[in-house]
Design a protein around this ligand. Structure first.
Ligand SMILES: C[S@@+](CC[C@H](N)C(=O)[O-])C[C@H]1O[C@@H](n2cnc3c(N)ncnc32)[C@H](O)[C@@H]1O
Length: 266
């Protein structure tokens, strides 16, 4: 077989095997990353690299890990989490019980556990957190809930003490923090979305998505929120066409679906 564009061919193989559509990620960055991984694996092109991945499951796990980039920490951009705690959560807490929260692209769990801490602090409050990621390996790590000191730099001594057990320089979340979190594999670019969320947190996930993929995603998040519900995005992310989608922006990086009665006529 003569492959004319080995990048496209490679994307098709990945899609067939994993359901992950790399063509919805920006080509320049993705291709650079793939080619450098291929080179390190001793492959001369992406066809050869695919052959390596097909026969070596460890290489395959490493590949998925690298293309999805799992960097995170607890209370990433603490000033935004402080706004969430002080302004947004008190506004949305009465929208429903249980309060339904989605951490979309949760990586190894720093984000959903940060949300769980804020919600525990609001007790008595019923809440459920759905925490999803496309990367199965990172989800198992998230379920364990064990963090390194670098992950913990934004956690106050009081909360460290209250919500974590410290062992050998690792921080294990206490069971009460896990109780209301469901971890599930989910691909934001391919799988159906649940509805009825009061808060959707999707931060530092879409950076590598194409503009079209982002537009589609934000419109789908809008559909999944209840009126009055809020979408919280990363601190380098902006939804330029938020008004077109129907959102209002009460604070930067927070987008709200207008409460019923306040919707503008279409
Ligand atoms: C940089 S981490 C962000 C973690 C956390 N949200 C934060 O802000 O710290 C990006 C995560 O998005 C996930 N991801 C990438 N593409 C995805 C997709 N199509 N569907 C779901 N998750 C995806 C990656 O596996 C990775 O764990």
């Amino acid at each position: 077989m003569k492959v004319t564009d080995d990048y496209l061919w490679f994307c098709q193989q990945v899609l067939r095997k994993t359901g992950l559509d790399l063509q919805q990620y920006k080509r320049a960055q993705m291709e650079r990353r793939l080619r450098s991984m291929a080179e390190r694996a001793g492959a001369r092109n992406l066809e050869e690299y695919w052959a390596v991945l097909e026969r070596d499951s460890q290489q395959f796990a490493y590949f998925i890990d690298r293309i999805t980039i799992n960097v995170s920490e607890l209370f990433r951009n603490p000033e935004k989490f402080e706004e969430l705690r002080r302004i947004i959560l008190p506004e949305i807490r009465h929208l429903g019980s249980p309060l339904k929260v989605w951490s979309a692209g949760c990586s190894y769990g720093a984000e959903p556990y940060s949300l769980a801490i804020l919600l525990e602090e609001m007790r008595p409050l019923n809440y459920q957190i759905l925490a999803t990621d496309v990367d199965e390996t990172i989800l198992s790590k998230a379920r364990e809930g064990v963090f390194a000191p670098e992950d913990m730099r934004n956690v106050s001594p009081e909360w460290k003490q209250k919500y974590f057990l410290q062992r050998d320089n690792r921080y294990q979340v206490k069971p009460e923090l896990k109780r209301n979190i469901t971890f599930r594999k989910h691909n934001l670019l391919a799988d159906p979305f649940e509805n009825g969320f009061h808060l959707i947190v999707c931060r530092n996930v879409v950076i590598y998505f194409t503009e079209e993929a982002k537009d589609r995603l934000y419109a789908r998040f809008f559909q999944s929120l209840v009126p009055g519900g809020v979408l919280f995005v990363g601190s380098t992310e902006r939804i330029f066409n938020y008004r077109e989608i129907g959102f209002e922006m009460p604070l930067s990086f927070f987008y709200r679906k207008p409460a019923l009665g306040l919707r503008r006529a279409a």
